[in-house]
Design a protein around this ligand. Sequence first.
Ligand code: PLP
Length: 297
Amino acid sequence: MDFLDLPQAPLHPLNLPWLQNAKVEVAILRLDLIDPLISGNKWFKLRHHLQHAHESGAPGLISLGGSHSNHLHALAAAGKRFGFATAGLLRGHPQDTPTVRDLQALGMHVHWLGYGGYRARHEAGFWQPWQTRYPGWHCIPEGGGGLAGAQGCGLIVAQARAQLAEIGWDDYSAWWLAVGTGTTLAGLVLAEAGAHDVHGALAVPRDHGVPDVVMDLAGGSGYQLHDACRGGFARTDDELLAFIDACERHTGVPLEALYTGKALLALREQVEAGLFAPGTRLIVLHTGGLQGRRGYL
Ligand SMILES: *Cc1c(COP(=O)(O)O)cnc(C)c1O
């Protein structure tokens, strides 16, 4: 397999009592199932970076993230799979998490920046010592953001549309997905070009600068954002964990508590508040991220 051939994510109906009560139909696009290691939306976000690195003959790829980062995990796994070197610049001081162990086992060069060092990532000159240390390597912005990441995510729309007939739908009303940097949402908005609305459930507080990418890339229209972070990124609470548990038991679809669980709980709140008219058909994007669950569940 080539890194340009993104695996097809399955689309299937999602039945939950609160959806049935509101007569809202949901199909879920399972990016969590595309690969056992290269999980979720991160492969789509990496696709163009991998292509650029390949075309420019870069010896490796380098990026940044935290000690549970789904992005670094996907990058390390893709590097191992497709045969290129990877380096990860991590936030904070050395920690032994399941994700970090995987990064090392997948051959990633891991460097710990501390907290101050990590905060400097947007400063001019940040990359310079790393470019000296890893000459010619392709640098990927934190989280795989930016235009290249968004363009890769546009392919998600094509994957869903190709499967509508199989679930007996001729069309859909809108998308629902978890938002971190907003890159995946921007990709959907770009690919939809106004054909269908995109609803983003914010897994990070609204003032974290998330919508910037979205505004720039998506032109500020064609999407709506909903608060879903429940007090902060990576904060969890009993109601959320119980909701995830009940959803999993009901549907068999695994969720994690940072993004997909919060997105689905925010959907329930909006459905119960009557945001969607009876007969609305939504595609919920399962963005993956299940590897990160080992850190806290
Ligand atoms: C990274 C991630 C997101 C957020 O994606 P963005 O493109 O940064 O908005 C959502 N869900 C999961 C599971 C993720 O790992």
